[in-house]
Design a protein around this ligand. Sequence first.
Ligand SMILES: NC(=O)c1ccc[n+]([C@@H]2O[C@H](COP(=O)([O-])OP(=O)(O)OC[C@H]3O[C@@H](n4cnc5c(N)ncnc54)[C@H](OP(=O)(O)O)[C@@H]3O)[C@@H](O)[C@H]2O)c1
Length: 280
Amino acid sequence: MSKGQGTALVTGASAGIGAVYADRLAHRGYDLILVARDVAKLNALATRLIGETGVKVEVLRADLSNVDDIRKVEARLHADDITVLVNNAGVAVAGPTVEMDPERLEAMIQLNVVVATRLARAVAPGLAQRRRGDIINIASVVAIRGDQPAISVGYGASKAYLLAFSEGLDSELAPYGVRVQAVLPGVTRTELWEKGGLDINALPQDIVMETGDMVDAAFAGLDQGERVTIPALPDISDWIAFKTARAALLPNISHRLPAERYGRRSTDGSPLPRVPEHHG
Ligand SMILES: NC(=O)c1ccc[n+]([C@@H]2O[C@H](COP(=O)([O-])OP(=O)(O)OC[C@H]3O[C@@H](n4cnc5c(N)ncnc54)[C@H](OP(=O)(O)O)[C@@H]3O)[C@@H](O)[C@H]2O)c1
């Protein structure tokens, strides 16, 4: 029986992190819409969760590389019952950029970036209007690895986009009481690794988190009011220091003249005096 939490739509609910999100949301009393391609797995999960929790569960088969299927999911997200979107479906294509199949690279960006953005765009107006709801975007710690990429540069960049999109969208939607959380898992034991041609068992096992632990930590972070959750990070002040350093740049990243080290000179060749700060 539904407990009045509304309905959560989870993409990539047939396996891994998405399947655990579905489980935890059902146990928190949300009705569910499970989205992925593998209907047999979705149906099996739906049957189990209905039996365990009594919530309503819809299975919505969608291949999110197909625009008609994306539109089908967007249409479902326009309905009034939706209170949560978990943008979880994603793929990791591994390897050096110069060797990567461009079609697979594009498909990864399409799923990890474009689909997540479109679905958030589809759900946000209704959540804002009803002044209630959460958008949970499953990014990755690769989002903050910068010039030390892992898995692949394109994968890291796709997750960096999702982190930036989440942080910005959270600012936009906060006045409406809508929360946007970016979750940045480290290595998590799912099929993603094998599908990407990588052996998770070859990694040091002390960096591998079990999927249930990862999702439970992400919910604990959201419950504590976090908007960016890094499940493995022991000390939150490290993330706050990272954000503070980034914010400290802001007064100085847009001026009328280039910085002196780029050759800013007066006409007689002498360095120009410092200009007052302008933003915008
Ligand atoms: N595992 C990790 O170490 C790790 C770490 C950080 C972040 N993440 C992120 O966590 C998210 C979930 O990954 P996971 O590790 O749980 O991977 P997973 O076990 O491979 O699950 C991926 C899910 O995405 C769905 N999916 C893939 N392509 C799809 C498509 N074209 N249309 C619809 N659904 C599609 C799959 O369902 P179907 O095949 O049935 O369609 C599956 O349910 C991803 O965004 C991933 O980048 C994972």
